[in-house]
Ligand binder design. Structure first.
Ligand SMILES: [Zn+2]
Ligand SMILES: [Zn+2]
Length: 136
């Protein structure tokens, strides 16, 4: 179980991570929404999300295929999920409280990466998000 908190601390969340499923995402949507060169996402079991605190501060940016959730007070990007909340959930590594154990196992959307970003050479590179294990 992971615990996360936004920058201002008004939102606290918990979710069940999928063991080892941590990816760096270099897609343009992550770059824009995080205001960063890439985002590191911890894949979690869809439907496992629990908001401990701050539900009223949670703001969703809805696109047809994905919802990007953030804190309306401090702007922290918290997680992404499928519109039905049942087929995909990922939590941004930056908001996870205990994060030392999370190491990316893949670089995703490498075709869209910023020129200056150095990719990890010891892990696989993907043009998209890799397939999730069956059952998730
Ligand atoms: Zn906040
Ligand atoms: Zn992305």
């Amino acid at each position: 179980m992971i615990k996360g908190q936004c920058l201002c601390g008004e939102i606290e969340l918990m979710a069940e991570e999928l063991p080892g499923m941590v990816f760096n995402c270099h897609c343009h949507r992550c770059q824009k929404s995080h205001g960063a060169a890439y985002s590191t996402q911890v894949l979690c079991s869809p439907g496992s999300l629990q908001l401990q605190k701050g539900k009223e501060q949670l703001k969703e940016f809805r696109a047809p295929t994905a919802v990007r959730a953030f804190c309306r007070n401090c702007g922290s990007r918290l997680m992404n999920y499928s519109p039905d909340k049942e087929s995909y959930l990922s939590v941004s590594l930056g908001v996870i409280t205990e994060r030392s154990e999370f190491t990316p196992i893949g670089e995703c959307y490498v075709g869209q990466k910023q020129k200056h970003t150095q990719l990890n050479t010891g892990i696989p590179h993907f043009e998209k998000l890799p397939e999730l294990p069956a059952g998730n």
